[in-house]
Write a protein that binds this ligand. Structure first.
Ligand SMILES: [Fe+2]
Length: 360
């Protein structure tokens, strides 16, 4: 048997998730060479996850995944240990495309879109995450029923979500009456603030640029949430870079150069190809999305030595695998390679699980 899926999808300094899909029933196990420990499945359903715990921090790890048809070697480097107590945490949840459609498409969940967001919010509650950031495409088409459904789902949050619109969030009036502001500067758990900009019309507006410049001059760095990315990513190749960024980004070249000179962070939605791009001293993180493979979001935990990013998959590996396989089939059927599973994961798992050290 060769057509199996097995991948480390999530890890931090002590724990990892191994996802598998055998396309057939069978018991599986994972042996971690460095600890000598083996984790075994209880059921033989063929699709699921194994939890690897008590890992040695900061260590290059070898995992042997065994299944009825053979074995597969997986490697990753556990993140360095955090220092001190966690000072804050939040969730980055991009492009949920909440929809009332009754058909799914190209590996994208429309029917399950709202229930998958509820699933993510339940996970947030379980992890003690109150602060959630949403960089656009909250709705799939900006329809009244979608705004109403999104409002109903997001009501479960203990604190209001921090949102900016995306290019799918049509109807500015409905956005305003449902969610309120389109942009803002908001404090982040663990210190600092995020500048949430409105690039939904694929433009970086001067009022947003001014706020970015002001924060840069005041703090020596800025954290940005935007729907369209600011920097080209080498992991996003199915469209020319200019289609992935604000159309007027060249008008803001001086601002971007200033961002590159500082330890700034840009969180971007829209393309949802997991990617981490260095731009000088700054870093841009392209976020995954819930309703389409890789089907997840990023948890950020903050410590005195830096920020830890962890990929949080939707709770059902069966749904994640449906999206992956339907995406592969759609790539062939429609001739659209951007739906391929490996492409959507970028340099997964490192692009979903990483550490950004604190700079002065
Ligand atoms: Fe978008």
């Amino acid at each position: 048997m060769t057509d199996i899926y097995a991948q480390i999808i999530s890890f931090d300094w002590e724990r990892a998730l191994l996802a598998y899909d055998l396309n057939a029933p069978g018991f599986v196990e994972a042996e971690i060479r460095e600890t000598g420990k083996t984790v075994k499945s209880v059921e033989a359903c063929g699709t699921g996850r194994l939890v690897l715990e008590n890992l040695p921090a900061g260590t290059f790890l070898h995992v042997t995944f065994r299944h009825p048809g053979g074995e597969k070697e997986l490697v990753f480097t556990a993140l360095p240990p955090p220092e001190g107590e966690m000072t804050g945490q939040f969730a980055l949840i991009a492009d949920p495309h909440i929809s009332t459609k009754d058909e799914n498409r190209k590996g994208r969940f429309f029917i399950e879109s709202a229930s998958l967001v509820r699933d993510a919010l339940e996970r947030c509650a379980g992890l003690g995450i109150a602060c959630t950031l949403w960089p656009g495409d909250i709705t799939n088409a900006g329809l009244p029923g979608e705004y109403a459904l999104a409002a109903k789902v997001l009501k479960a949050l203990p604190t209001p979500p921090l949102l900016v619109p995306g290019n799918h969030d049509h109807d500015p009036g409905a956005w305003k009456s449902t969610f309120g502001p389109r942009r803002g500067v908001y404090p982040l758990p663990g210190g600092g603030s995020v500048v949430a900009v409105d690039t939904s019309d694929q433009l970086l507006h001067e009022d947003d640029a001014k706020v970015l410049r002001d924060v840069l001059r005041r703090d020596g760095k800025v954290t940005v949430m935007t729907h369209y990315q600011f920097f080209p990513s080498s992991d996003i190749t199915h469209v020319p870079p200019e289609k992935t960024m604000p159309l007027n980004i060249a008008d803001h070249a001086a601002l971007l150069e200033e961002i590159c000179r500082t330890p700034s962070v840009v969180w971007a939605g829209h393309q949802n190809i997991l990617s981490v791009t260095r731009a000088g001293r700054a870093v841009q993180i392209n976020l995954p999305q819930i309703p389409q493979y890789s089907c997840g979001w990023l948890r950020v935990r903050r410590f005195s030595n830096g920020d830890y990013y962890t990929f949080e998959p939707v709770s059902s590996e069966v749904l994640r695998q449906w999206s992956r396989k339907a995406g592969e089939e759609a790539a062939s059927f429609y001739g659209e390679p951007q739906w391929r599973g490996a492409y959507r994961c970028g340099k997964f798992p490192q692009s979903g699980n990483f550490f950004i050290g604190r700079e002065a």
